[in-house]
Design a protein around this ligand. Sequence first.
Ligand code: FE2
Ligand code: FE2
Length: 268
Amino acid sequence: MRIAILVDNYLTQLSSLRLRLLGEWGFSAYVYDWRILYDAGLSGTALLNNMRALGISPDDPDVLVLSHRHIDHTGGVRKLLDARSRPLTVVAHENLFAKAYAKDEVGEVEIGVDFTRAFLESKGAKLVLVREPYEIAEGVWASGEIPRSWGPSHTGAVSDLVPDDMALYIRHPKGLVALTGCGHAGVENIVEYGLRVTGADKLHAVIGGLHFMGLPEARVREAAEYLKARGPGLVVGTHCTGVSGIAALQAALPGAARAGGAGAVFEI
Ligand SMILES: [Fe+2]
Ligand SMILES: [Fe+2]
């Protein structure tokens, strides 16, 4: 299985120069095997630039799964749809169009989606709004709403608990592979629910944003220790995991933690 990070806060690949990759605050990843795009980044500019640089056509994805309604994951949708010439299935939580706010260093800022259902449909998108796990292909699910039964939510500066936060779960021969956008549901909940939804008996990989930014150090250590106890083969905390959060993962999981960054490709 091959997964590429298309949009990330970071650039970590030496080939970023050769390929002229762009970074921005946001996340997007592509799962080649099922032609699933997970999230679309903030502007669409980085997404389309990096897709083309990596040899992925805007028309390649069959399905777009939106991890949650925040603009750093959904802001690229309009440009992506504009660049396509065939329909796209868009899977998102029922809460997709609810307003969303966060507080940054300056003050309150609106961070919800910048499109309407009518716009999506006018561009040939088939919108599938879900709340329960949604099986996209055999062994591949959009998580639906993730119960917060095993650990705390990671909502930091955000004004609500982001019930729409959805992971992409893949049942891989090596165990559960979980892609996460911002990780607002909390990593324990994302992983434990994923094990239940997929029926996998162990965790193999977590890739994406874990929203360790702004969390107390003790909480970050607790989350990293949880992952360590689950014994994964690959942990790529990126985007809103934050620099110190990524360092904490590398300290706790020296054999499994790897750098993310736009253009990073993982063969699993
Ligand atoms: Fe995010
Ligand atoms: Fe978010």
